[in-house]
Design a protein around this ligand. Structure first.
Ligand code: NAD
Length: 371
């Protein structure tokens, strides 16, 4: 069984889907790795670190020669056209974003697993790429905020007195938000957190932050957040507005599964923020939680700076790759034995994450969404 890893081709993508330690684990299962030269360079894993693997000179050679191809982002049409019919493709395939690409993968006769589709059950936690990369993004966005903030995060005492800590407000206390809270706390800021799921209060408080109460409970299906009604939005805006006006740093991470990010912070709220305040909108790529966010840009609105970073996890490519590599290995390795891969459609994690198989788009939700 040949496991293929090509260098990621998307602009700015520095991660890779295996790291040398995990390559050894695949070898332990009887699989051989075929790695494009330089695939790990951007994540600081030079070719020599991979040890005894076969190298290919191009991504095309990897895609043509592998039985299982691992990737971070979806491959280009050109690479899809090189895959062996019957091959298996595993990665973050962005199943909702490009119908043509999904159809091309299906037509090629490839069995593709999009790990964004994993059922969110306890057993799948160790494979959950969304969570691992959200944790990286949450950490990184607290640092981005600290870097742009014209104030110290921690309290500082010096010979002429003391300086108060910066006030940081984090909206959305999922995996990314909690990591942003933890990181801002570690740097010494005074932190507040908010989410529409009331159970997050305890999680926010356990990190030493204060929970902002708005009285809105929008726990939806499966315990995830649902969209707010117009009345709830109004109530949320009234109560949150005050906290937003008082903070030095606002980090927004709110998301609703399968939907555009909710707009929580209006233009008017931004205008009421302090001069010098910094907003980091982690939801920039999916539309933004803040009115006026531009994905991939830094924008000034009066005295407020709004940062809309994209592909944040890629800024920490060493650990982001390590985490991804383990997620992918935990997903596929139970089905590899003595150098052979046996797919098991009775397995709810495997069947749940399946995007294409046997020439068809298998995932019902994606098939409907793509029309
Ligand atoms: P996410 O990235 O989907 O969303 C981020 C947060 O935004 C969520 O906490 C959500 O409640 C919040 N949000 C949505 N609308 C909001 C609004 N209008 N105002 C304020 N906040 C709003 O979330 P996530 O990080 O994937 O985690 C969500 C939950 O799923 C957590 O409880 C997490 O522990 C759980 N989870 C379970 C598994 C698993 O069992 N395999 C894996 C990952 C996450």
């Amino acid at each position: 069984l040949v496991i293929g890893v090509a260098a990621e081709k998307a602009a700015g993508e520095r991660r890779l889907p295996v790291v040398p330690d995990v390559i050894k684990k695949y070898a332990g299962l009887g699989a051989r790795a075929l790695v494009e030269r330089g695939a790990g360079a951007e994540a600081h894993f030079p070719d020599e670190a991979f040890g005894d693997v076969a190298f290919a000179d191009s991504g095309e050679d990897v895609y043509a020669g592998a039985d299982v191809v691992l990737c971070v982002q979806p491959p280009s049409q050109k690479l899809i056209g090189k895959l062996k019919p019957g091959a298996v493709l595993v990665g973050m395939l962005q199943p909702w974003s490009d119908a043509k690409r999904v159809q091309a993968i299906a037509k090629r006769g490839v069995t593709a697993f999009a790990l964004e589709l994993l059922p969110r059950i306890s057993r799948a936690q160790s494979m959950d790429v969304l969570s691992s990369q959200a944790a990286v993004a949450g950490y990184a966005c607290a640092l981005i905020a600290a870097n742009h903030c014209p104030k110290f995060f921690p309290m500082l005492t010096y010979a002429a007195g003391s300086i108060r800590p910066a006030r940081v407000l984090v909206i959305g206390a999922g995996v990314a938000g909690l990591q942003a809270i933890a990181t801002a706390r570690r740097i010494g800021a005074q932190v507040e957190g908010y989410d529409v799921r009331p159970e997050t209060r305890e999680q926010v408080e356990s990190l030493g932050a204060k929970f902002v109460e708005t009285g809105v409970d929008a726990t939806g299906e499966g315990g995830y957040a649902r969209e707010l009604t117009a009345d709830e939005k109004k109530q949320q805006a009234e109560r949150l507005g005050k906290a937003i006006a008082q903070c030095d740093v606002l980090i927004t991470t709110a998301a609703v599964p399968g939907r555009k990010a909710p707009v929580i912070v209006t233009k008017k709220m931004v205008e009421q923020m302090k001069d010098g305040a910094v907003v980091v909108d982690l939801a920039a790529e999916t539309g933004g939680n803040v009115e006026g966010t531009v994905a991939g840009e830094e924008k000034r609105v009066g005295g407020v700076l709004i940062v809309g970073p994209t592909n944040i996890a890629s800024r920490m490519p060493v650990h982001a790759s390590e985490m991804l590599a383990k997620n992918l290995f935990n997903f596929i390795s139970p089905f590899i034995k003595d150098g052979a891969l046996t797919l098991d459609w009775e397995d709810e994690v495997m069947s749940g994450a399946c995007l294409t198989h046997d020439g068809e788009v298998r995932h019902e939700g994606v098939r409907k969404a793509l029309g």
